[in-house]
Design a protein around this ligand. Sequence first.
Ligand code: CA
Ligand code: CA
Length: 342
Amino acid sequence: MAATFSDYTVLRTPAPLPTGQWKHVAATLEGATGDMKLYVDGVLAAQTNTTVRPVGDLDPAYAPGLGIGGHSGTYGYFPFDGMIDEISLYSRALEPGEIQAIYTAGSAGKCAPTVVPGVPVITSFAPSSGFPGSTVTVLGSNFSPMAASNIVYFGAVRAVVTAASATSLTVLVPAGATYGPITVTVDGLTAYSNAPFLPTFTGAATIDSSSLAPRLDLPAVDGPGWVVIADLDGDGKPDLTVNSGSSHSISIYRNISITGSLVAGSFAPRVDLPLGTGGENTMVAAEVDGDGKLDVVLVDRDVNRLVILRNLSTPGSITAGSFAAPVSLPVGADPRVWPSVT
Ligand SMILES: [Ca+2]
Ligand SMILES: [Ca+2]
């Protein structure tokens, strides 16, 4: 943007946009700081800072003024040669998350504000135990009448919702369900049942030396201390997350097993995520930001902090980039998480 014809700041993507396909492009300018950012398909592509002021003083004599597309050449200005759709101009610099949400919404449009129906509440569910594949009815309030808009977890694994109203959900117990409260997340808000659901299976009613297969060992970093079973990538299979106080990290073993088999190859190569300094940690997997993906929360007794790793993964993949940078919050001395709450 130019204050005068010769006074401007240029911000470019590192590489030209490809031709022949739609791309979502967003540019922001923070008036107070001069921070300029350019996003392509919801992802930050370039940024700089400008001291040009006032940025709003556009002179129509210098075409295109405030324009979209086009470029300058040796012999003058050339208009954009292509198609532009769904242009929006905002009176403030949108946050990266807002731009990502607009891109992610795709054909759903510009993310008009949605009416939050209220905090979801679970009042009861029945039956209180069941086999994988069996049906459970969850009663409460402020559920979404659209089945897919209710995110329901049975402990470690997400369940399929087969029918929904504002006060009742019909869900199927997923394979891999673990003992714990049922949770329902609607519009980013999560309800917990006040009683745990008990997944059951057909057993021989006895436990002896033949009840369990031979032990399976997986290599870990130095000093593994705590394990959480939760489907972190959302593929339906519960994954293993292990923390290490002495290595200052967590390790994720993505479950790639086939039904009825559990061998060393049932888990993808370990992904280690550093936690910075600190040591003794305990942790849980829980929905924190309401996006439907279980996040990892640790308490660190060495440096008295709470650490949240927001889950960014996609089904079928967990990499070092699958979690946002750890967010640390100070807490009182000697924080603990007890297994009974997981
Ligand atoms: Ca998984
Ligand atoms: Ca989440």
